[in-house]
Design a binder for this molecule. Structure first.
Ligand SMILES: C[S@@+](CC[C@H](N)C(=O)[O-])C[C@H]1O[C@@H](n2cnc3c(N)ncnc32)[C@H](O)[C@@H]1O
Length: 271
């Protein structure tokens, strides 16, 4: 059975903090998407692969005490963090289930929405997951996905050869762990097969300069995932320092730009 340790990005404290930064950087896009999709007071939202609950907590505040968020997550470390935040914020409307999306039965309820972000790339059978979601989401509920659609869009101008080698290691390790970095590419067909009709699909891609807040999102990923790649024995310290040096040179160059990995937003309705 897969464990926290097997999950390719890890569930350690540094990753927990990185997911927090990632959520804050993406928050304006996410809030806009949720509003367009219709998430509002009193709604019931299923959050799958919720991580430490950064989105779940925001959702719980939006839907309020008359609504509910049901968060599904496998990592005990992330669940503990989510429980602590709910306690400190006095949020009583988050129901947390510790489970494996692939192996366990998913809880049924009268959900209005499904929120799934950066999960499809990391499960070993996305078609099984969408099938399970198709079976539990009620008619006329809305499923929202933010998933990578073309990871190789992530690059710098001027080019950083070491970042491109690093990116290839990322893609290879996600594949080796059973995932699919461009998971969103399969979603339109999988959703159609399981009773969903796509209402909108739009790419989110950004061209950043070093002083932009969002720059820190891929930059902190490089920092944490280099350590992970060293731990996996895929790269050595020298490789890691070269990637860091490349990144530092881009950060000192006000004319440098970074294109982010493409995230595809899909909003689909269950028929
Ligand atoms: C990249 S994180 C994204 C977390 C969160 N959705 C967010 O947007 O911040 C992927 C999450 O999916 C969870 N996950 C991956 N495979 C899972 C599985 N088979 N069952 C349950 N959770 C899983 C991981 O533990 C991790 O918390």
């Amino acid at each position: 059975m897969a464990t926290d340790r097997d999950y390719v990005l890890g569930t350690h404290e540094q990753e927990l903090a990185r997911l927090g930064l990632q959520h804050r950087v993406w928050r304006p896009v996410t809030l806009d998407c949720w509003q367009r999709a219709g998430i509002a007071i009193g709604k019931r939202v299923l959050d799958i692969g919720a991580g430490p609950g950064y989105a779940a907590i925001d959702l719980a505040e939006i839907v309020g005490p008359t609504g509910e968020v049901v968060a599904l997550e496998r990592s005990q470390n992330f669940i503990r963090a989510m429980e602590t935040t709910c306690r400190t914020r006095s949020l009583a409307n988050v129901k947390i289930h510790e489970l494996d999306l692939m192996q366990d039965e998913l809880p049924r309820a009268d959900y209005d929405f499904l929120w799934c972000r950066w999960v499809i790339s990391f499960v070993n059978d996305p078609s099984l997951l969408i099938k399970k979601l198709g079976a539990i989401m009620p008619k006329r509920s809305v499923a929202i996905f933010h998933e990578y659609g073309h990871y190789e869009t992530w690059r710098f101008f001027p080019r950083l050869p070491m970042q491109e080698r690093f990116r290839q290691h990322v893609i290879a390790t996600w594949h080796e762990s059973g995932g699919e970095p461009d998971g969103a590419a399969h979603l339109p067909a999988l959703l159609a097969e399981n009773g969903f009709v796509i209402r909108s699909a739009r790419p989110h891609i950004f061209c950043l300069q070093p002083r932009d807040y969002m720059w820190q999102w891929p930059a902190t990923f490089i920092e944490t995932y280099l350590e992970r790649l060293i731990g996996m024995g895929r790269i050595d310290q020298k490789f890691a320092r070269q990637v860091e040096t490349d990144l530092a040179s881009a950060e000192k160059n006000p004319n440098a730009r970074m294109l982010t990995p493409l995230v595809l937003e899909i909003i689909a309705e269950k028929l």
